[in-house]
Design a binder for this molecule. Sequence first.
Ligand SMILES: NC(=O)c1ccc[n+]([C@@H]2O[C@H](COP(=O)([O-])OP(=O)(O)OC[C@H]3O[C@@H](n4cnc5c(N)ncnc54)[C@H](O)[C@@H]3O)[C@@H](O)[C@H]2O)c1
Length: 371
Amino acid sequence: MAKLRMAMVGGGPGSFIGPVHRLAAELDGEIAMVAGAFSANPARSTEAGLGYGVAPDRAYASFREMIAAEAGRGDGARLVVVATPNHLHLPVAVAALEAGLAVVSDKPATATLNEARELATVVARTGGLYALTYTYTGYPLLREAREIVASGRLGAVRKAVVEYPQGWLSGAVDNKQAAWRLDPSQAGLGGCVADIGVHAFNALEFVSGRRVTALCADLSRVQTGRRLDDDCNVLLRLDNGAPAVLHASQISAGERNGLRLRIYGERGGLDWCHDQPNVLTLNWLDRPSETLHAGAPYLSASARAVTRLPSGHPEGFIEAFANIYRDVAAVMRTGQAQPALQGIDAGVRGMAFIEAAVESSRDRAWRDLTV
Ligand SMILES: NC(=O)c1ccc[n+]([C@@H]2O[C@H](COP(=O)([O-])OP(=O)(O)OC[C@H]3O[C@@H](n4cnc5c(N)ncnc54)[C@H](O)[C@@H]3O)[C@@H](O)[C@H]2O)c1
């Protein structure tokens, strides 16, 4: 079976998520990275291409040059990965879709809600594949959690709590990841709320099967001199009337990446935390708790389908990312929709969440979340 050919925008020397995309995309042997515009600096793009083993003439000086050249080649890339700072997500995705190429974009979908709406019209008009790497949706036990809620075992959802504490921006941080995330011209509307709050929001909607209809947010710039929020606390209302709480922070000193989701139904609740992603706890009102393990035969088919190793052999971040690429490859090969894959609708909803949270925080008043 011929490999699906992929090109990346971003992922230059010293970057974080580009190399993760490359490893994840290639993990199952279905996709090969053949080209890239890895940096806005042409020499750095060439340097990165050498490191990735991409042919020198396919490490391009700009994403527009790359898309034109690859779309015109018989052996050109058919999938473009967007791994740049947020302000470039829209122009890169639009250029790729207009050239007839599929897009895998990192989150948030765009820099503003209006941009996400614009992108949605392009996705609809071109009919191209557009997928977002909301990483946590790739974890087997988050998919199991979603199955459990949908099955009704917990009863109707009555409350949800999602938290995403990090501490890496607790002080003055001088690196390239911090630089663009704290700059509104590159990060967009939100700081922490757009960077990780949107992951928490997506995980909540993904697992609960409910949509957030309104919110009241209190965003803070705790570290002096910041132009964007570095801590956010949000009350939410779900579409069945249930209350929910979302907290995300990048100044919670000592915290690393502990996204945690708790969903409470009428009969019990579930609890998943990224610190132990291969464990899912079910707590019952009337009987002892259960601990579910990734890779176990008692899990649902959708969770079992995204583990590669026997239970007890830890899979993690790269594999969760790779599971999203598996879904992308399945859509590209078969044309069949994959139920866990997050597309433009989730992208627009994420941007609506960010915008509503930023607006609500101005006067700490409730805002409807409308898309
Ligand atoms: N899904 C996740 O779990 C996850 C995790 C981290 C980051 N992200 C997202 O991934 C994106 C990148 O984040 P990061 O932490 O890797 O940033 P980074 O600063 O480490 O890397 C960004 C890369 O984009 C390149 N770049 C900038 N302008 C470019 C241009 N015009 N053309 C080509 N390349 C260009 C930079 O040179 C750099 O190599 C962001 O949107 C972020 O929100 C997602």
